[in-house]
Design a protein around this ligand. Sequence first.
Ligand SMILES: [Zn+2]
Length: 801
Amino acid sequence: MSGPQPGMPGGFPGAPGAFAGPPQKKLDPDSIPSITQVIEDDKARLGGQVFSTNIRGQVPPLVTTDFTVHDQGNSSPRFIRCTTYSLPCTAELAKQCQVPLASIIKPFAKLPNNETPLYVVNHGETGPIRCNRCKAYMCPYMQFIDGGRRYQCSFCNCINEVPVFYFQHLDHMGRRVDFYERPELSLGSYEFDATLDYCKNNKPPNPPAYIFMIDVSYSNIKSGLVKLICDELKTLLEKLPREDGAEASAIKVGFVTYNKVLHFYNVKSALAQPQMMVVSDTAEMFVPLLDGFLVNYQDSRAVIYNLLDQIPDMFADTSESETVFAPVIQAGVEAFKAAECSGKLFIFHSSMPTAEAPGKLKNRDDKKLVSTDKEKTLFQPQKGVYEQLSKDCVAQGCCVDLFLFPSQYLDLATMADVPSHTGGSIHKYNNFQVETDGEHFLRDLRKDLQKSLGFDAVMRVRTSTGFRATDFFGAVYMNNTTDVEMAAVDCDKAVTVEFKHDDTLSEETGALIQCALLYTTIGGQRRLRIHNLSLNCTSQLSELYKCCETDSLINFFAKSAYRAILNQPVKNVSDILVNQTAHMLACYRKNCASPSAASQLILPDSMKVFPVYMNSLMKTAPLVGSTELSTDDRAHQRLSVMGMGVEDTQLQLYPRLIPLHDVDVSSEAVPAPVRCSEERLTDSGLFLLENGQSIFLWLGQASPPDLIQSLFNAPSLAHLQQGHMFTLPELDNPLSKKVRSIIGELLEKRPNSMKLQIVRQRDKPEMLFRQFLVEDKGLLGGTSYMDFLCYVHREIRQLLT
Ligand SMILES: [Zn+2]
């Protein structure tokens, strides 16, 4: 907002952490910057348009806007977004404004159908052409000179010879005449076929494998979960991802069940019946069979069907309630080692592993630690066995996806340590019941199994001189300071990369980023995926602020705060967040805004809703420090966010609240969301709230009976029974169809499934819903948006005097 803002009452009492007192004067909530308005404005301005990437440092439309990308030499914002598209020229300037310099890279981001998939370039036996000195890959920024015989690398300035096979004449502009025929010269994103030099042991990789590892202990059998998984796999395995144009998936599959011991299954196609082999010595895990364990699904379909039918019966009478966990992952790694392949483990697990075995855990939950200096230990994984397992998994390209079904604390921080270092996902279903959670879990499993992804990946981010990548945040493993290793990386996982200055950047040449990801495709091809982005550099702070992107900034702040709480008290981290917010905004006010009364809050246009997100971040479960939250839930949220891209953190921190009571049933459109505040709800209203993790249908206490009739086939709110609270019946009327189609679309679109919860105004479960109204005072602590803004304003004024 470059103009003056409505006056803010200053000097309102309260210290950090306790600034929830009432403002001196009641302000009109409509007068403070609104996220829904910013989103709608961007949609109106840029929605449905083409975003061409031919301009250096161009700020893209918001993640919430639908647009089409035309790659003209820079990577699509679907792959890379930045906190600012104009970097400060000097480290001093960066320090002065404290705006973090970071990119959020989602290397396998899904592209809409109307955008071209990445081209694959083959440079023959010698492999992709790279700069001799810095090893950057051929890209649109290389400058061809000397009649096309040599090229200068724009990353390190080294002059390289052009290999004979790659020589081409230059046109009168100094551009190669084959410019448009070569993706690596004209596009921001493309792939190279990798040669054997890029493969383990100089051997082409085998196709990856998926192993399904099902905990068959008492609670999973009793809840019906094991049967549910087995039944679903019969149809789901038909849908394993495959290469474009391939008839069948190349992915091999294998099956393990376990409790205190592990059962491996031979499902070789020649067998009439599957064969079970038991390993009870879990201390030295090995795989008892090689031939017949990892098979092609198409070939072994009959035996696998047979097995999936038998598993629930085999363990129907089990009384075993103890489980092992680390040996299960170890078994997966050993199986991939033996088969010389990478792949993914799908582990379905219910309880804390207390059986005598490596990685045995004990209950260390302690709510008394909340809000103390030792709170960080609740988020820290237990060292030792799991640390080593992560290392082994990454070395083998073994990604772990974990589906947890706990009825109590299970030390998620430790159990999810391996998934969160191997590009895996962590799903959790508390007190799982097939009737109410079955479909929700199956949606997750289906999404997870069908995701496009790369295996055994290592990512390297190169930059032009003057700055470099210094820190990485994601579901990744770092063995050294530059190579980002991921056992697998799927279309929803993003790595946030922070940059620092080495030297002065030039306004004239700008700054370049090249992200190179070496990986194995689902068909077993070794490839390099390259994303290039050119940014502007500036010595003007106003230019830097103008090119900031709030959604990316908040992604960076969320991940850095969630990492910081592993090592510092949560309170310190929150203080740092508030201070940095005030500092960034004060620096703008001091250096970029036109003079105005000190009582006016002035925010940069690109950051005018930054305080809402920041306040929401501080109220999230990991940072709020309430004993009412479960330790596992907090750890889960912390780890989930670490792998998120900009779209997901945006939605997580500012849910969509959609009014449905006056929806136009004849229109395709979804009603525009309203601000996440109780003030926007109406007693006679019907609202949908969704943040990518949770979804609620809220029913006002005075909801019109015809509306309740249309949706629930019940005469009034009072007639809704418990059974109504998780599903909408399929009724044949326009309103029911419309509401179900809106919910269905959201469930389809988001990376994870969400469990629909239907809540009546003033009922107890409404509390769950209310904690997502992020503009209001937090139920478990944390201030309202209005109060936060006033507090930040006061801090800014103090910084300026
Ligand atoms: Zn170079």
